[in-house]
Design a protein around this ligand. Sequence first.
Ligand SMILES: [Zn+2]
Length: 79
Amino acid sequence: MWKDSLHTVRSVVARLYLAGGCVLLLGVCFKSLLLWAVGVVILLVGLVIHLRYYRCPACGKFLGRDAVAHCPHCGSKIR
Ligand SMILES: [Zn+2]
C-alpha cells in the first residue's frame, strides 16, 4: 500500500509542477497577473504535497527529490 501511495504522490506532484509551470509561463507570455498567480499557487500546492507526503513509511523522513529504492535515512526498502 505504501508503495502505491508514494507512487501516487510522485505522480500527482509531477502533474502539479507541470501544470503550475505551464500556467505560470502563460501568465508571463500574456502578461496576466491572474494566470501568473494561479501558476504560483499550483506550484506551491505541489510543493506542500511533496514535502508533506513523500516520506519514508518506516522512519517518516523526507525522501528527497528523486525516486529512491531505499530510504537515505534508515535504509528501508521503498519499492
Ligand atoms: Zn526511512
